[in-house]
Design a protein around this ligand. Sequence first.
Ligand code: G1P
Length: 294
Amino acid sequence: MKIRKAVIPCAGLGTRFLPATKAIPKEMMPIIDIPMIQYIVEEAVRAGIQDIVFITGRNKDSIVDHFDYSFEIETMLDRKGNTPLADVSRNIAKLCNIITIRQKNPMGLGHAVLCAEPVIGNEPFAILLGDDLVDSKVPCIGQLIEIAEKNQASVVGVMEVPEKEVTKYGIVGGDRINDRLTHVRTLIEKPSVEEAPSRLAIPGRYVLSASIFDILRRTQPGKGGEIQLTDGLKTLAEREKLLAYEFEGTRYDTGDRIGYIDATIAFALKRPDLSEDVKKLLKKHMANLEGVVT
Ligand code: G1P
């Protein structure tokens, strides 16, 4: 069945980025001049998804405003003859349909996903987490959708991480099918190095069958006292086919300050309007570090 809808959980408090996130949602923090959430929405749209469900919370209204028209800005830019910039703003509103659902109590990622059930219904759907940016030719979620449709199965995107980093992710274990594909038999949320069934980590991209909702309704709080999506997926893997796919692309952990800086530099170097100046800046800073006077 075709994947037509995506869920983007946006209710997190963003404490890792305080004080920046005291009054603005972390999803609105920009990588250069584009809010992180826009990269995520564009990834889903490039994969053919038109209906996007934001699971929001208090103080997140600016996320929804960003994907609407901004009459004042666009009219003002048109009047000044800067139609190209007005179009940049308008085109964001044209990207997709936005549906919002409030997660009134933050009870974990599994609970956030369960909140989407009234909109998703009985169809398979995609989930994209906003703290993970993937730079790839074929959008990461599009790669997973292709595998899901071909195999009529649920799919989680995975990447191999160094042993000491398994504690930061949901980790899968299972039987290798080929270079990139694993039949998932078990999953553990943020295991210790000893517990981890492999080094295959889930960096926030999923295509799931709607059976996950029934499972999440019955899933007890796990790590951190929260209803964990990973725990729900473990039950799903016991009942239905769940595959893990090592996607192609570079992933940035923009929920982390160093990952955020890494993404900012990498994306700036890819921007034709900025790359030359950014290269000069980097050279200047490197020279300063090496004690050379520039
Ligand atoms: C969440 C998930 C985890 C996943 C991670 C990816 O954790 O619970 O399974 O690997 O996102 O970023 P969080 O980083 O929100 O604690």
